[in-house]
Design a protein around this ligand. Structure first.
Ligand SMILES: C[S@@+](CC[C@H](N)C(=O)[O-])C[C@H]1O[C@@H](n2cnc3c(N)ncnc32)[C@H](O)[C@@H]1O
Length: 276
């Protein structure tokens, strides 16, 4: 399956380093969230928009030996990296399939837990994806979403270069009909979908090292072609913005408060059981 037009970042090998860094930053919060969702040995789990598979691989270690994980993504290149990493780690209970989040029927199985992270903001119809994901949850099982709210991201102390970069991301999202704050809508969507026991917490990592702060300029480097094609800024203006945020990454006097993630979970009702 080809990369959808709405997805503006790299896939496969070119994406692997940024997604590894992303997981280094958000992974501890993700693991705590999934553990609190009741993740345990023997469970079956679906990771939607799994990318290069860092979360799916960790889940595989948690549900072993009898549980299994299916990671799905629209990009064959992402899944190629995910399969290779899983094989290198000797994980036999995780499989990866090319499937779109908006059409999950072909997965042909219902799971104890269905999860996604940093996926919904890349979709033009995130509610449709959440509905599809809920349909893949066994009655009484858990739907869990770990999604970003860009609006909370900021630089301390304040920086004009950082603000310009955020403005550009919003312009780009609007041009692509995407909502980069969709995380803040997930609690309401879970309620509207009829999930039970809906819970919400938020996490926002503070990036203080050059290595972690580079997550921010890396986004722009990867999205370069999409941004320039969009006509929102010239290549020279974009380079200027990237230089400005690279300088923040290299300057110990600045910290970046990264995207705030909304971690929402809820149960799929059991037919004939209590109403939400
Ligand atoms: C930012 S990455 C996040 C990957 C992974 N969930 C993580 O947290 O590391 C977003 C992923 O969503 C995938 N994606 C984009 N549109 C999709 C769709 N319609 N269905 C399934 N996956 C999609 C992309 O290919 C990419 O791998």
């Amino acid at each position: 399956m080809a990369r959808p037009d709405s997805y503006m970042l790299d896939v496969g090998r070119d994406a692997a380093d940024r997604l590894t860094l992303l997981n280094q930053i958000y992974g501890p919060f993700t693991r705590a969230f999934l553990s609190d969702c009741g993740l345990r040995p023997g469970m079956t789990v679906l990771d939607v928009g799994c990318g290069t598979g860092p979360v799916a691989a960790w889940i595989a270690t948690q549900v072993a030996p009898d549980g299994h994980v299916v990671g799905v993504d629209v990009s064959e290149e992402q899944l190629g990296v995910a399969r290779q990493h899983a094989a290198e780690r000797g994980l036999a209970n995780v499989t990866f399939r090319v499937l779109s989040a908006e059409a999950l029927g072909a997965v042909g199985e219902q799971f104890d837990l269905v999860y996604s992270r940093f996926l919904l903001v890349h979709l033009e119809r995130p509610e449709l994806a959440l509905r599809e994901m809920l349909a893949c949850v066994k009655p009484g099982g858990v739907l869990a979403s770990d999604e970003q709210e860009l609006a909370a991201a900021c630089c301390v102390p304040d920086s004009g270069a950082f603000s310009r970069s955020v403005d550009l991301v919003y312009q780009l999202a609007r041009a692509k009909n995407l909502n980069f704050d969709y995380g803040s809508s997930t609690f309401g969507t879970f309620r509207a979908l009829g999930c039970q026991d809906v819970s919400l917490r938020v996490v926002q990592p503070a990036l203080t090292t050059m290595q972690t702060k580079r997550l921010w300029p890396q986004f722009f480097v990867e999205a370069r072609a999409s941004i320039v094609d969009s006509g929102l800024v010239s290549a020279a203006e974009l380079d200027d913005i990237i230089d400005g945020i690279e300088a923040i990454a290299a300057d110990d006097d600045y910290a970046i408060l990264a995207m705030r993630n909304h971690q929402v979970s809820g149960r799929r009702p059991v037919p004939g059981g209590p109403r939400p």
